[in-house]
Design a protein around this ligand. Structure first.
Ligand SMILES: [Zn+2]
Length: 478
């Protein structure tokens, strides 16, 4: 491609406060349609909103975690539009004076660290949800989501590839999870991103015309949509035509975007100050209090894992990307005392299961304590590698303590020397052909005996012990 790609993201994240932004309704995903709303979040005439202080606190917390400056004075505006998902015909947002501004987030692209500017983070309310009938007979509206608190994180156009856009979204998701301001459940729409993208000829400083793609709700969709849009714009420019400033809808199934033909296309929002909410003043003490409540963030934790536990940067990066997983790693390392072993097992057995079954297994019976106990058995040589996998499987199913599983399934490594020696003698005697082969110099026969003996010991033999005794036993025939 003869162009540089320029991307900025607008990320919407629902805050996990217990009540909504301007009323006492429950802020919770799902529920029977229209059961979690009241005259305030339905925007009935004569009602008055009151700002939920927790919303302000969470927005500031997110801002501080993304190195933003916090506005001592901010205010709310009405963004006017007429659409059934917003019965009062305006959305309350912070258009002119956002609560956080001028921050940055560092992302890892390959072996490089790249700093992405955060232009602003502002507070706003979510709208209701339209459910369109599949038979085209009409639409239904669920206002449970009306008035759910959101923050919108607007980045500077510092991203230069679809991959960087994906990595930034992953990084921000992790920060929001660590600070516990959002649960970031993308499948439930509590984290979604708009991609603004333009192209400019390589080496040029003149920005190109940008398009916007709305409501992408997976990392994969963000990366694919950006890739497809960059290619589309390149084709348009290469053929001598113009790119138009427009909003496009990404169709993840078809893998293409189309211009939008609804409210977003021709809207002139005519923002003006919200008269029903007073401006927000934030003092230093409040900010300092919030700053003190910010936990160790993923980047810091990763560095600590590398330095303190000596695990590879790549592994540390992947483990710290998920706070629950990182907590499991730390607890298990403490219990088993061998962080490298724990990290290896997370990178293989746990990641494999997360890929197959999703993150749910991190919220199941598995925890840092029992995982650490299993690996301690393994590290001490009490159970074999295969048995450790078996214990994890059973634990995920039954929730039993590792020691109970090990005893019940009789998984302890068999080290009783006379028993092992007898088993070896018996196997050697009952396989005369293999013995002849061994005596005549066919070394493959040794492996055959090993396999037979381990099977006889039901996989519980200690391979090094078996090997040692078998060598002695065979020596007698040479
Ligand atoms: Zn309400």
């Amino acid at each position: 491609m003869n162009y540089d790609i320029v991307i900025g993201l607008e990320i919407h994240s629902e805050l996990k406060t217990s009540s909504k932004i301007f009323c006492g309704c429950k802020n919770e995903f799902g529920g029977e349609p229209n059961t979690r709303c009241c005259p305030v979040c339905l925007g009935m005439p004569g009602t008055l909103p009151a700002l939920n202080k927790r919303v302000l606190e969470y927005a500031i917390k997110a801002g501080l975690a993304m190195n933003c400056r916090i506005a001592g004075f901010s205010k709310f505006d009405r963004k006017n539009y007429f659409y059934p998902d917003m019965p009062k015909a305006y959305q309350v947002t912070q258009h002119s004076l956002p609560i956080c501004y001028d921050g940055y987030v560092d992302i890892d692209v390959g072996y490089e660290t790249k700093r992405i500017g955060i232009e602003r983070i502002h507070i706003e309310e979510d709208a209701g949800k339209l459910i369109h009938s599949s038979t085209g007979q009409g639409s239904l509206i669920d206002y449970n989501r009306s008035g759910v608190p959101l923050i919108e994180i607007v980045t500077k156009p510092d991203l230069n590839s679809p991959e960087e856009a994906k990595i930034l979204l992953e990084t921000i998701k992790t920060i929001l999870e660590y600070t516990e301001v959002s649960d970031c459940k993308m499948q439930e729409g509590s984290l979604r991103a708009d991609v603004n993208l333009s192209l400019r000829p390589i080496g040029s400083n003149t920005p190109g015309v940008r398009t916007e793609m709305k409501n992408l709700n997976s990392f994969r969709a963000v990366q694919r949509a950006a890739q497809a849009e960059a290619e589309r714009q390149a084709r348009v420019l290469d053929s001598g035509q113009k790119v138009y400033k427009e909003t496009r809808r990404w169709d993840d199934h078809k893998g293409e975007s189309l211009p939008m033909r609804d409210k977003e296309e021709v809207m002139d929002y005519r923002c003006f100050p919200e008269p029903d909410l007073p401006p927000v003043y934030v003092d230093e003490d409040f900010i300092n209090e919030i700053q003190a409540s910010i936990p160790e963030l993923p980047g810091m934790r990763r560095e600590r894992y590398i330095n303190q536990y000596g695990i590879p940067k790549y592994d540390a990066g992947l483990i710290t990307q998920n706070k629950v997983l990182a907590d499991i790693f730390e607890k298990a390392s403490e219990v088993c005392g061998n962080p490298k072993l724990v990290s290896n097992w997370i990178m293989t057995e746990i990641m494999k299961r997360m890929n197959e079954e999703g993150e749910g297994i991190l919220h199941s019976y598995l925890n840092g304590d029992n995982f650490g106990q299993i690996l301690l058995f393994l590290d001490k040589g009490d159970i074999t590698h295969a048995a450790a996998i078996q214990v994890i499987d059973v634990l995920l199913e039954t929730g039993e303590e590792p020691i109970v599983i090990v005893e019940r399934l009789n998984l302890r490594v068999q080290r009783d020397e006379s028993l092992v020696a007898n088993t070896i003698k018996q196997v050697v005697n009952s396989n005369p052909q293999a013995l002849d082969d061994y005596i005549s110099g066919k070394k493959k026969a040794f492996g055959f005996f090993m396999g037979k003996i381990m099977a006889e010991l039901k996989g519980r033999g200690d391979p090094s012990q078996v090997k040692e005794i078998l060598t002695k036993e065979l020596q007698r025939y040479l």
